[in-house]
Design a protein around this ligand. Structure first.
Ligand code: HGY
Ligand code: MN
Ligand code: MN
Length: 413
C-alpha cells in the first residue's frame, strides 16, 4: 500500500472542487449547470487540461469533445481512470466532477510517489444529457451505440432545438469523425470510475467506500398524448379530450408496476410538458418522460413494455391517441470481478469500512465495460441527495478512494 498523505490529497481535491464550483464554471448560481459546448464546460475542460499537462500528460479531445489525457505515447497499454465533468441541469458540485478530480489526484499521486503507472484519464462528454436530453452521450458515441442520423438529426439541443452535429461543429469539433472516438478505449487494460453514490446506503450503513460490482440498466422513453385544447370553463366534462387525465393515470400505474415488479425495479416520470399550460385552458397535448431502471433486465424492461401499452390503452379509452417513443436503453452491466477484487484488497488494507454494492444510477462505465474490464468506487453523499444543488460529499472520502484506486491499479499492473 502506498503511504499517501491523505490530508494533502483531501486539500487538493477540496481546492479543485471549490474552483470548479465557482463563477465561470456554471451557467446558473442556484445550481451547478454545465454541459457540452457551453463556456463553463469549456473552462472546466481547460482547468483539467492545465492540471494534467503540468503532470506531463498529453491531453487531447476526441472528435466530439471527450477529454483524454495520457502519460504514455499512443499505442502503449494504459489503465483508465475518470468520470464526467458535465452536470445535471439542476446539479450539485460532486456528481461526476468529484470523480474526475479524484482521477486527477490518482495521476498526481502516481507522479509524486514515482510509481510510473501507465494511466489514461477520460472525462466523458454529456454523461448527464443536460445539453441534448441524451444521457451517456459521449460514451455511447465511443461505443458506437448511436447512429450518424441520431447525431445529425435526432439529437437536438434542449436550449435551441438545433442538432448535436451543428453544435459540435460550432464548438470546433469534427462530428463527421465520430466513429474514431472508439479508439480512445483501444489501449486500456482496465478502467475504474469513482463517483458519489447518489443514494444513502453507504451513509446509513456507516461505510466510507462502496465497491460497485454491477450497474442497473435503463429504458428512457417519451409519451406524447394528443387531446383537444378547449376552454376550461365552457366545456362540459363529458365533452372533453383532456390528455392530462392520461398522464395522471400513467404516473400512478408506473408506480404500481415498478413496486409489483420488485427486484430493484424503479420508475420515474421526471419531465412533464403541458401545452399550452394555462390555468383556464384544457391541455391540447402533453409530453412526459419515462425513466425505468433495475439490476435485472427482464424486470424493468417488462415494466417499460407494460406502461407503454397502458398509456396507449388509457388514451384510447378516453378517445385520444398516445404515442410512445423510446429515447434510449442500456442493459444492466456486471463489472469485472478481478478489478473489484483488487479494489477490495486495497480497501481492506486501509482499515476503513467498505461494502460491495450495485449502482442504481447510470454511469459511463456501463459503456466502457463493454470493451474494457471495469469497476467503480463509490463514496457517500450526504443523505443521498443528488441531482440537486444541496448535494454534498467529503473530499476526505475521495482522498481515501484515490489511494485505494492507486493501489488497485498498482496491483493489477
Ligand atoms: O441519471 C443518471 O443515472 C446519471 O446520474 N446521469
Ligand atoms: Mn454522474
Ligand atoms: Mn448524474
Amino acid at each position: 500500500m502506498t503511504a499517501i498523505d491523505r490530508e494533502r490529497s483531501t486539500a487538493r481535491i477540496a481546492g479543485d472542487l471549490e474552483t470548479l464550483s465557482g463563477p465561470g464554471y456554471t451557467l446558473t448560481h442556484e445550481a451547478i449547470r454545465r454541459y457540452a459546448y457551453t463556456p463553463p464546460y469549456r473552462r472546466t475542460l481547460d482547468y483539467f487540461t492545465r492540471e494534467l499537462e503540468a503532470l506531463g500528460f498529453t491531453v487531447t479531445e476526441d472528435p466530439v469533445g471527450t477529454l483524454v489525457a495520457r502519460n504514455r505515447p499512443p499505442g502503449e497499454p494504459v489503465f483508465g481512470v475518470g468520470s464526467h465533468c458535465d452536470s445535471n441541469r439542476n446539479g450539485g458540485r460532486y456528481d461526476g466532477t468529484m470523480g474526475v478530480v479524484t482521477a486527477l489526484e490518482v495521476c498526481r499521486l502516481n507522479e509524486e510517489h514515482g510509481l510510473g503507472l501507465p494511466l489514461q484519464l477520460i472525462s466523458f462528454l454529456e454523461e448527464e444529457g443536460s445539453g441534448f436530453g441524451q444521457m451517456l452521450l459521449g460514451s455511447r458515441i465511443m461505443l458506437q451505440r448511436v447512429t450518424e442520423e441520431d447525431l445529425r438529426e435526432r439529437f437536438r439541443a434542449l436550449d435551441d432545438g438545433r442538432s448535436f452535429w451543428e453544435h459540435a461543429e460550432e464548438a470546433g469539433y469534427e462530428p463527421a469523425r465520430w466513429r474514431e472516438s472508439s479508439r480512445v478505449l483501444d489501449d486500456l487494460t482496465g478502467w475504474i470510475e469513482m463517483h458519489i453514490e447518489q443514494a444513502r446506503v453507504l451513509q446509513d450503513t456507516g461505510n466510507r467506500i462502496g465497491l460497485v460490482h454491477a450497474i442497473a440498466g435503463y429504458v428512457h422513453a417519451d409519451v406524447h398524448v394528443e387531446g383537444r385544447g378547449d376552454h376550461a370553463g365552457a366545456t362540459p366534462m363529458d365533452l372533453r379530450l383532456d390528455p392530462t387525465t392520461v398522464l395522471a393515470e400513467t404516473v400512478l400505474e408506473l408506480e404500481r408496476l415498478a413496486v409489483a415488479a420488485g427486484r430493484g425495479t424503479v420508475g420515474t416520470v421526471g419531465e412533464i410538458e403541458v401545452d399550452p399550460g394555462l390555468i383556464n385552458a384544457i391541455a391540447s397535448r402533453v409530453r412526459f418522460s419515462l425513466d425505468i431502471r433495475g439490476p435485472e433486465d427482464d424486470a424493468y424492461r417488462g415494466v417499460a413494455t407494460a406502461i407503454g401499452s397502458f398509456a396507449q390503452e388509457a388514451a384510447r379509452r378516453r378517445g385520444m391517441e398516445a404515442r410512445v417513443t423510446e429515447r434510449q436503453t442500456l442493459p444492466a452491466t456486471p463489472l469485472d470481478t478481478r478489478i473489484v477484487g483488487a479494489l477490495e484488497e486495497a480497501a481492506r488494507a486501509t482499515g476503513e469500512p467498505f461494502m460491495r454494492m450495485h449502482s442504481g444510477a447510470a454511469h459511463d462505465t456501463m459503456c466502457v465495460a463493454e470493451r474494457v474490464p471495469s469497476a467503480m468506487v463509490f463514496v457517500p453523499c450526504k443523505d443521498g441527495i443528488s441531482h440537486h444543488p444541496a448535494e454534498e460529499a467529503r473530499p476526505a472520502d475521495a482522498a481515501l478512494a484515490a489511494g485505494i484506486i492507486l493501489d488497485a491499479i498498482a496491483a493489477l499492473s
